[in-house]
Design a protein around this ligand. Structure first.
Ligand SMILES: Cc1cc2nc3c(=O)[nH]c(=O)nc-3n(C[C@H](O)[C@H](O)[C@H](O)COP(=O)(O)OP(=O)(O)OC[C@H]3O[C@@H](n4cnc5c(N)ncnc54)[C@H](O)[C@@H]3O)c2cc1C
Length: 362
């Protein structure tokens, strides 16, 4: 036994008391994916323990794509995959303040990210982000006191930790993406209205398809998301039209010589201000062309990772066992309980009744 759970609860209490936001740093850089952590040429491709001291551990390595890392108070790390015995030093979980000595953040670039610096209209979604702002976290000889260490070498628990976390994370990921679907479905319907096509049967069909997909996201949410987000965005682009990638900039629209003339290109149905149409098209562009798509593919794990987990947790043996019992290939204690006798006796009696025409088979 260890006191990791107590330590984790103490840390969580501190997080809640101080209203801190922790970033979840699970994904290691991972180098050559065909090699296990200890086999990597550069050990830093996975976060690992370099030294064990009396009062804590020294860690080094890289965590990648960590959402909200820069605007979080704390970093909570955990292993990215199941570890074997030789990966002992990589089976690691701890929490440290984001500004701990030896931690460096490298902020990710995203498609069109500088548009935010050009103008709010060009940004498309100026108030909110589609993706949370990811960063690479470089750990260089970072000291972590023991009271903040929640796993340090217990490789045989890494699978359970990874799968428990992924199970929760992947289901809440579904709720998050359905919220996103609401916005893009609303935006598409609105655009169809603005263009006078909202009653066309193929538009109604496409919108219904988008809504149905959103409502279907259930148990295997994340796996569905890797496909459905692309599908929503494909349909949203279909409904919105080509303008979503050919709109002029805010500066062009404000240009005294050409501004009014180009605005006219985007006129829609009466009652829909041109400026609103442009805002909505920019929003659909922002949601359907940018970083949101690869985020839906890889955030919370690639489709293959989810399929592996689904397969691993599918209890196929139990299903085979059930089928065998139902088919009568294997002893069925439940049937014995229902009939009040063992199955062999039950069928012998039944066969006799059939021979004696005491039962009728329809
Ligand atoms: C926007 C965004 C936000 C994210 N936020 C976070 C976060 O907050 N915290 C966090 O911890 N992580 C985060 N991630 C990381 C995310 O979990 C990873 O991107 C995901 O697990 C895929 O890993 P990868 O990007 O290294 O791609 P890879 O693992 O390299 O995947 C690329 C392809 O290689 C395949 N592949 C990989 N390994 C193998 C193998 N051994 N054998 C066969 N095929 C293989 C995959 O199935 C996939 O098809 C985020 C990612 C994104 C894109």
């Amino acid at each position: 036994g260890t006191n990791y759970h107590e330590r984790f609860k103490n840390w969580l209490t501190e997080v809640q008391k101080n209203d801190w936001m922790p970033s979840g740093a699970m994904t290691d850089a991972r180098g050559d994916r065909s090699l296990r952590p200890h086999q990597q040429k550069n050990r830093d491709t996975y976060l690992h323990i370099k030294e064990r001291l009396d009062d804590g551990i020294i860690v080094s390595g890289v965590k990648a794509h960590i959402t909200g890392a820069i605007n979080s108070h704390e970093i909570l790390t955990m292993p990215t995959r199941t570890m074997g015995e030789e990966d002992r030093d990589f089976a690691l979980s701890f929490a440290i303040p984001s500004d701990a000595k030896g931690v460096t953040f490298v902020f990710s670039r995203q498609t069109n990210d500088t548009r935010r610096l050009d103008s709010p209209l060009d940004a498309g979604n100026p108030k909110y982000g589609i993706v949370g702002g990811e960063a690479i976290i470089l750990f260089k000889d970072v000291f972590v006191p023991w009271e903040r260490v929640f796993m340090a070498g217990e490789y045989d628990f890494s699978n359970e930790l990874v799968e428990t976390f992924a199970g929760y994370h992947r289901s809440n990921y579904g709720g998050c993406k359905v919220g996103l679907a609401d916005v893009v479905i609303g935006g598409s319907y609105w655009t169809a209205e603005a263009h006078g096509i909202s009653k066309a049967s193929h538009i109604v069909d496409k919108l219904t398809e988008m809504i149905a997909m959103a409502e279907t996201l259930a148990n295997v949410v994340k796996l569905n998301i890797t496909r459905m987000v692309y599908e929503w965005m494909r349909l949203a682009q279909d409904i919105a039209g080509g303008k979503i990638i050919t709109l002029p900039s805010e500066k062009d629209l404000e240009n005294p010589q050409i501004g009014k003339a180009i605005e006219e290109c985007f006129v829609g149905k009466e009652g829909f201000p041109i400026s609103d149409i442009i805002k909505m098209l920019r929003l659909i562009e922002n949601m359907s062309v940018g970083a949101g798509l690869p985020e839906a593919m890889h955030g919370a794990g690639s489709p293959a990772a989810q399929k592996i987990m689904i397969a691993r947790r599918s209890s196929l043996e139990r299903k085979v066992d059930l089928a065998k019992r139902v088919a009568g290939i294997k002893e069925d204690k439940d049937f014995d309980k229902i009939t009040g006798k063992d199955e062999k006796t039950y069928w012998q009696e039944t066969r006799k009744k059939i021979e004696q025409k005491m039962v009728q088979i329809f």
